[in-house]
Write a protein that binds this ligand. Structure first.
Ligand code: F6P
Length: 297
């Protein structure tokens, strides 16, 4: 679950690069969004995790690779959409991106996100190598959440690519009121199902699951509660990817005062050495994540 050992050190040399990554993600988001209507069709390939790629996934990945790769100080770029990381320069920072998280929501026109993680290490890196992480949420309003230097800020991104700070030092509300759990219920483990039933017992909590992790996690950041994509009977490692989803969302949630877990420990302490490795994910209020860990024990 949560630990306080979040890496907040930015050397003077890295500051410009991290600023650059955040700027590229923010300034590319309106273009990604504008490019969506014509790209709600499947691409010819699958991504490295065996999922159907949408044309929009490939489009967003190409844009981000080109622009992040051009930044001074970035050595490697990796995304969920390509099998290997790409050497883009000589810098010591690596950037991992999920260009369109939740892209299966494109057809029904539901929320999606772009996730980014900046690591101070070659890829695949470790959660404790993170120096910044965040995401853009393509909802009715385009917003961006950035965790860096021990704080989380939220911005609105306007269509002209300007960014407006709307919430400073965001923290998870104490009384969590929403929960969202992925995976088919018959595929949940008995322990997780028992936990889910316990969470449901509290009449102040409501089910909110949208099928796009960024949409679901942003609800947790806004209303408090717990999001999980758990271990499944058919998939002990769950569905979500460590480098592109687990670590960056773990970093955002823990920086915002919440807790995260893979079932036994903080997501930031997960040890996996494959670029596309998966992990079960549980993120939210500290009391709920503690309750989850006790239930799975
Ligand atoms: O990254 C994959 C993803 O789209 C996440 O954004 C989301 O949480 C999950 O898959 C949804 O999976 P499912 O379709 O099994 O609910």
């Amino acid at each position: 679950m949560a630990t306080t050992d979040i890496n907040t050190a930015e050397t003077a040399r890295d500051v410009r690069t991290i600023d650059g990554v955040v700027d590229v993600i923010a300034s590319t988001a309106p273009e990604i969004r504008t490019g969506l209507p014509g790209r709600r069709v499947t691409a010819e390939d699958e991504n490295p995790s065996g999922e159907t790629q949408m044309a929009a996934d490939v489009f967003a990945d190409d844009l981000l690779c080109e622009r992040i790769g051009a930044l001074d100080g970035v050595g490697e770029y990796a995304s969920e959409e390509r099998p290997e990381s790409v050497d883009v320069g000589t810098g010591r920072l690596s950037v991992a991106v999920d260009p369109l998280d939740g892209s299966s929501n494109l057809k029904p026109n539901n929320t999606m996100g772009t996730i980014f993680a900046v690591y101070e290490a070659p890829l695949p890196a470790h959660g404790r190598d993170l120096v910044a992480a965040g995401y853009v949420l393509y909802g009715p309003v385009m917003t961006m959440v950035v965790a860096r230097n021990g704080t989380v800020d939220e911005y609105v991104i306007h269509d002209d690519a300007t960014r407006e700070l709307v919430r400073e030092d965001v923290t998870i509300p104490d009384e969590g009121s929403v929960y969202g759990f992925g995976g088919r219920v018959p595929d949940w483990t008995d322990d997780f199902e028992a936990f889910a039933r316990e969470v449901e017992q509290d009449p102040s909590r409501k089910l909110r699951y949208g099928g796009s992790m960024i949409g679901d996690v942003n609800q947790i950041l806004t209303y408090g509660g717990i999001f999980a994509y758990p271990t499944l009977e058919s998939a002990p490692e769950g569905k979500l990817r460590v480098q592109f989803e687990g670590y960056p969302i773990g970093y955002v949630i823990e920086t915002a005062g919440g807790a995260t877990s893979d079932g036994t420990k903080s997501l930031l302490d997960v040890d996996k050495d494959e670029l596309h490795a998966r992990t079960p994910m549980y993120v939210g209020n500290t009391d709920l994540v503690a309750m989850l860990e006790a239930a799975l024990d």
